[in-house]
Design a protein around this ligand. Structure first.
Ligand SMILES: Nc1ncnc2c1ncn2[C@@H]1O[C@H](COP(=O)(O)OP(=O)(O)OP(=O)(O)O)[C@@H](O)[C@H]1O
Length: 217
């Protein structure tokens, strides 16, 4: 579960959002909506500890992540956080298999044989059975997003941030993204999805709408 209170982000003279409260229970998906520039990606980045909040605090599974030092942040990103991007964010010049090996999470403690089984199950789940030696840069966009989903299935993060994950995909691949995220929610994850897509929002449990805010004079 994520429970965040009083979130404020100011960049230069501009306050993107102020005194925001965000709660996503374990098992839930929340859509983050709002016009372009309203700060959806920035909110996700702040919750993922990729950039600092101006104010507010965040509890994830009861731990106050806002007070984490750099080492704790690294461990959080390695073990707790899963990220899904519009541009897939894979290591493009290597194989699908190699991209799964960097998934992190509890998985890294498994034996080689056990890992292989986990990878194959994840690839089967996203319709890429037997493709683990394929090179990422030779895959279509939809297939690359399936690899990114497989990486999440391998890692099983309890907190997932998805930034426009269906923005560049056709309907079938977009459905694959949402149904896989739903599967991960059913396994206990809390998920935030920044999206412009009404259909994606309709598949979420709750919505958070950010407003476009004018520049402070
Ligand atoms: N590091 C930064 N330095 C300066 N401005 C920034 C920085 N990060 C974000 N911004 C600005 O903050 C605003 C919000 O950006 P953000 O990408 O979070 O919006 P968004 O709602 O995700 O937009 P979109 O829907 O177009 O992806 C934008 O005007 C952006 O230019």
């Amino acid at each position: 579960m994520i429970s965040a209170h009083g979130l404020t982000k100011t960049i230069g003279q501009r306050t993107l959002w102020e005194e925001l409260d965000v709660t996503v229970n374990s098992g839930e998906m929340m859509a983050v909506r709002g016009p372009s520039g309203s700060g959806k990606s920035t909110l996700l980045n702040c919750l993922g500890l990729l950039e600092p909040l101006t104010a507010g605090h965040v509890l994830i599974q009861g731990a106050n992540t806002t007070s984490y030092n750099q080492r704790q942040q690294r461990i959080f990103r390695r073990d707790t956080l899963g990220y899904l991007f519009q541009n897939y964010a894979l290591i493009e010049n290597t194989s699908i298999h190699d991209n799964l090996t960097v998934a992190g999470g509890e998985n890294r403690k498994l034996s080689r044989t056990e890992k292989h089984k986990v990878y194959e199950e994840a690839l089967e789940h996203v319709g890429l059975t037997g493709r683990s030696r394929d090179l990422v840069y030779e895959l279509s966009g939809g297939e690359q997003q399936r690899v990114a989903l497989a990486r999440l299935l391998v890692k099983k993060p309890v907190f997932i941030l998805a930034d426009e994950p269906t923005g560049a995909l056709d309907d079938d691949n977009a459905d694959m993204v949402i149904s896989t995220l739903r599967y991960l929610a059913e396994k206990g994850a809390s998920i935030l999805i920044a999206t412009h897509n009404d259909h994606v929002e309709s598949r979420c449990d709750t919505s958070l709408v950010l407003e476009s805010r004018a520049l402070v004079p």
